[in-house]
Structure formats: C-alpha cells, structure tokens
Design a protein around this ligand. Sequence first.
Ligand code: BGC
Ligand code: CA
Length: 311
Amino acid sequence: LASFAGCTPKAKEPLKVGIAIYKFDDTFMTNYRTEMESYLKSLETDDVKYEITITDGKNDQATQSEQIDNFISQGYDVLIINLVDLTAAGAIIAKVKAANIPTVFINRQPSTADMALWDKITYVGAKAEDSGTYQGEIALDLWNAGGLDKNGDGKLQYVMLMGQAIHQDAALRTEYSIKKLTDSGVEVVKLFEERANWNRDEGQVQMASAIAQYGDKIEVVFGNNDDMALGAIQALKAAAMVIPVIGVDATAPALDAIGLGDLAGTVLNDSEGQAHTSVDKALALLAGDTLVKEYWVPYVKVTPANYEDFK
Ligand code: BGC
Ligand code: CA
C-alpha cells in the first residue's frame, strides 16, 4: 500500500513555485526577483524544499501568457506574477482559478474587478501616490531653500520623464510629485513630459531632447524611476549642465549618484520588503489561509542626509 504514488506525503516533494517577471532587463525587478529566490531558499527545511522557476516575459504579454500556461500544465503549486500588460489579468486569473493554483500579483496591480474574480489571489505592492509625494517633498525642500528658481520668476519650470503607460506607478508618480508642490503653493510650469518607459537609455534620449528645446530654462527634473533619472543625468553631463534630478527606487547606482552629488534624491521602493511579502503571501495562500486583496510595503524618502542608511 505504501507504494501507491497517491499516498506519498506531499511535504517530501519540492513545492513548485513559478515566478513570471515582465522582463529581466529591468533594474528594480532584477533586485526583486533575485531576493524572492534567495528568500524562498532561506525558508527551506529538511522537509520542505522549493523548486523555483523564474521566467522572462521579455516585455511581451503573449510570451508571458505562454509561460504561465506552461506553469499551469506542469502542475505548479503556486505562482507569483509581475504582469506585462494589466489588461491580461482577467484572462490569467480565469486560468489559475480553473487550475486551482493560488497566485500573488506583484508590482503591477490588476483592477479591483479582476481581483474580485477569485479568493485565492492577492496583490503585493507599494502605494505609488506616496512615492510621488516624497519626490514632491524633496523638490519642495530645495525650492524653499532657494535652490531651484534659477530665472527668479517665482515659478518652477520642470521636466518629467515617465514610465510605461500600462503601469499605475507612472501615472501616480507623475501626478503626486507635482501635486505636492502645487498643494504647497508652488507655481509650476511643465516644460517637457515624455515617456522613457523605465529605461535608462530612453531617459537619456528624452532628456537630451528636453535640453535641446529648453536648455537653461529647466530648473528640476523628475524621473518616475531611478534608471530614467540616471539617464537624464548622463544627458545633463553631456551638455555640461547641473540641474537637480529626483528619482524613485533607491537602486545601488542611484545611491552612488546621490553620494557623488549627481542625484538630488530618490525614494526607496523596497524590493527586499516586497519580495519577502510576496513570498510570504504565496506560501500563506498555499497553506489555505484567507488573505485580503492587497498588501502594501512602505516607501521611504532618500536624500543626501540619509542615503548611506540604504546602502
Ligand atoms: C519601479 C521601476 C520598474 C517598474 C517595473 C516600478 O515600481 O519603480 O523601476 O521599472 O516598477 O514594473
Ligand atoms: Ca523659475
């Protein structure tokens, strides 16, 4: 009787964890996925092992959907999904539900309606409004210290480099960074606002174009993430210009740039905290726990005064 395959205790087999990332070539998501993997490994015991597969969606939803189909057909126990395209959420939730595979969505938040489609799904993220507000606070402090109004017209002329249109973080950071300033009574003038899709090279190209059009009129630059902010700094250096640039994420190169005086500030987007929370929630779903629909990991403002704490 002991030889019946169906009688093998489940705990002795590795649990198959499938992790689908929107694309590997993304600084923040690379830190995130590396941390999920090492954290899962650290949770292994003699009895419980994890077989972890991480896929590269190559920024293409069709590719990612196929990878998720493979996880499903190979009987994965639990999935963690960083969607390429949020509009695909409904179809993917229908599939994991049909296969009864609990799933944690990360970084790109499906709509409330999609999240209501099944009880064994949850979302782990960070409140993008807060990251924008912190960016605005960093600019406001510089403004109040008299450091930004180069032309002395009492208005703040700014450049905004935005992330991918599909991502809630892009719209919310763009809105709330400026809202903090205007709510505080600062008059702003938007000189230039373009997408650089979270990407450093695109950030550099867009910033070069902003400089070509507005040159010395630019008084501050916001990047929806650090990679685009670092690209903007490269373009400013190439034009021998020094203008405060503010990012989000607090990646290692961004912290270095603060140390060098190149980046005025950033906001910690806690990839480690989010990685641990998403793994914890995936294991909780697997254990049959009932979860709420959203878990939030806090952002932290990072400036020259405290950046060393984050290294
Ligand atoms: C991060 C970006 C990253 C994006 C990926 C955002 O939360 O701030 O750096 O490119 O997520 O989806
Ligand atoms: Ca001005």
